[in-house]
Ligand binder design. Sequence first.
Ligand SMILES: Cc1cc2nc3c(=O)[nH]c(=O)nc-3n(C[C@H](O)[C@H](O)[C@H](O)COP(=O)(O)O)c2cc1C
Length: 398
Amino acid sequence: METQEPPASEPAAASGGTGTLYRRFVEPLLRSDDGADAEQLSRLTLTALAQASQRRHWPLVEGALAGLAGELQRRDPRLQQSLFGCRFANPVGLAAGFDKNGVAAAIWDRFGFGFAELGTVTWHPQPGNPRPRLFRLAAERAALNRMGFNNEGARAVRRILERQALPAPGQRPAVLGINLGKSRVASLELAPDDYASSLELLAPLADYAVVNVSSPNTPGLRDLQEESQLRRLVERLRRLPGCPPLLVKIAPDLEDDAIDAIARLAYEEGLAGVIAVNTSQSRLGLEQRVLTATGRPLAEEAGGLSGRPLRARALEVLRRLRATAGPALPLIGVGGIDSAETAWERIAAGASLVQVYTGWIYEGPELVPIILEGLVRQLDRHGLRTINEAVGSGLPWS
Ligand SMILES: Cc1cc2nc3c(=O)[nH]c(=O)nc-3n(C[C@H](O)[C@H](O)[C@H](O)COP(=O)(O)O)c2cc1C
């Protein structure tokens, strides 16, 4: 029998131990809605990563992390970019919400990421919503979550980051953003002060900060996307001494006019960029899909939808932002990216950087090198010298 070699141009997925372990032990748990509890799995992973981050200089841990980096990192000068004063080794980042308290801040580069966004962090520590609050929609490669900004609060997060003795901002192998949200107990009127308290404390540790006004799980939060409210909030934060580059993260459920207003505001207020998008309150064609855990259709469930069903809308919002803001405003594309092709599509549509969350969970850690290798191959095919030339080029995946 003939053995078939994969064609030379196909993605050479990392074939090391991490990928194999993930495929053997984790992936089977993700194949159905009611396999392992999604939040429990994340928690277990984070507990292990927190230990590794804290003890990363211990010889055994150092060796294991070097092995991980050897498998997952892809260094290529063509993928580097400087944006809003930060140097990104590559354009693929971990989206906010996975490492909410920054417990693994020191080791996200070992997973191949060019940047990681920690948080959402609120001023007050808060437990979030009652469980279950994170649901897998395995067949759709999607998730529904109504976590509600569970996090330990800005003071504790500062201590967690300090304990890890991170290199100073600007000197880290992976850029670290800190995503900030409104505490549940803070009124909308006092929201600027609430965000400002967190930013004051965390600014010295952040390469960039994100004003999250788009989570669907904090009542009233998304009202802060309204132009005058957002302007008041951003102006308050930008006045703080030592304010890092400030970005705004927006929802996919905004009307075109509201997207345009935010693009203009970003320009006028000198924001470093816009992140599009957060999870969706629309059910994106899945209104009648029954959640296995509760027996109710998604139309009747609270929470935000992420993953593959969000992809088309996320791309649409990004295109709209790019059309209104022009090429000068850096955009970060997130929502439903789970392959090199979907990352390329977002970059070609105007994203300087992309982030992954749900796709990274389903595909496993190999997704990062698969995307990075795929991007480099596209640059070659289109005769581009750097990833920056691909941003907003409209060039197709080929
Ligand atoms: C379980 C879960 C928790 C999240 N928590 C946050 C969060 O705290 N802050 C935030 O800005 N986005 C949060 N997000 C949204 C993601 O950062 C991302 O914008 C969204 O999931 C779309 O990307 P994806 O389709 O790759 O998951 C969360 C997403 C998930 C699935």
